[in-house]
Design a protein around this ligand. Sequence first.
Ligand SMILES: NC(=O)c1ccc[n+]([C@@H]2O[C@H](COP(=O)([O-])OP(=O)(O)OC[C@H]3O[C@@H](n4cnc5c(N)ncnc54)[C@H](OP(=O)(O)O)[C@@H]3O)[C@@H](O)[C@H]2O)c1
Length: 399
Amino acid sequence: MSERIGVAILGSTGSIGASTLDVLQRHPDRFRVAALTAHRDVEALFRQCLTYEPDVAVLADADAAERLRERLRASGRSVEVLAGVAGLEHAATLPEAAYVMAAIVGAAGLLPTLAAARAGKRVLLANKEALVMAGPLFMAAIRQHGAELLPIDSEHNAVFQCLPPDFAHAGLAAVGVRRILLTGSGGPFRTAPLAQLAEVAPEQACAHPNWSMGRKISVDSATMMNKGLEVIEAHWLFEAPTAAIEVVVHPQSVIHSMVEYQDGSVLAQLGNPDMRTPIAHALAWPRRLASGVAFLDFARLGTLEFQAPDLARFPCLRLAFAALEVGGAAPAVLNAANEMAVQAFLDRRIRFTDIAAVVEHVLEQVSVSAAGDLAAILEGDLEARAVAGRWIAAWALEV
Ligand SMILES: NC(=O)c1ccc[n+]([C@@H]2O[C@H](COP(=O)([O-])OP(=O)(O)OC[C@H]3O[C@@H](n4cnc5c(N)ncnc54)[C@H](OP(=O)(O)O)[C@@H]3O)[C@@H](O)[C@H]2O)c1
């Protein structure tokens, strides 16, 4: 039997983490879990440690890590338990793990994901925020350290599958690409009366019509900020000019994205909306692997619809394009403001429609550094959080 590939899963207790473990446990002859990490969910990580027996388990929260250490000791397991960003970076660079699933949500994923790139791993990138914040830096780290970057976002994974293998070396224009068409469902409020959006509750925003996901990305899908972040992600991932990236609303989420070529051909990747498909693709690339996903039944699919996005309904999409246009640390500022606003909405401190207002205010107030180095990015992130925090405190709803 050939040696099994070690996989580190950053964010293993989340939605992508669970889907990754589901795919891995279907192929115990090919993969083993080398490291698991989470923020502070001791119980979930403890259960995963019992099932998957990783070499290392990390909780970003130090107190939670101590509790996990005690639980594992009491159960007689010899898993090394680490804490903090240093622990996450350790898991991301573990020699026993050739593959790293980057599935921490938000800016917290940037440093560990960057560490995986610098360690020359195959990086399975779900944490789009890392690329949004630090696109040029991240792509340079991938190239300089001989790492492999495989997109997990279903849209980018679809585009990757529709591009020829040499696109990264030759460039999109040279391989004949005209446009990248990113599809998005439009989320749960695509047809809701605009006047009702101010009153929607977090539960409604998290009830995505097609995908089951973590709460933050679910809200991002409802505002379509998710699509905006994905435009920025596509820009860096595929070195695509902004003008060559178009968003298409496709409510059924069957076509995960498309690539249009100069000769008029459009290649699309289709499948049921289940993240195990892109995860299995990235684990097996350039081959294929069973994922457990149900196969498409074309006779039962019915109609596939397409629309242009409505920027009045989805101002966050417009703001993301604007931040990409400004460049430098602006996407990091946009991302940080959005993270703060989404959390405040989930905590019922602001309205759904305030999310875009917070992001717009922060983009206007923070003087964005044109530099794209890590210090400028982290500074922009911090300042954006401070400005967003003040806006939220001033306008917080009475609860
Ligand atoms: N879910 C999807 O279908 C989907 C699709 C495409 C892309 N993505 C992207 O994948 C990433 C993960 O999404 P998700 O839906 O899986 O999120 P999720 O369900 O909320 O899970 C987030 C994971 O990150 C961990 N985490 C949170 N804050 C952290 C911190 N400060 N330090 C270390 N770990 C932290 C969480 O640990 P605890 O459990 O301890 O909090 C959890 O393991 C996001 O960037 C998202 O945009 C997700």
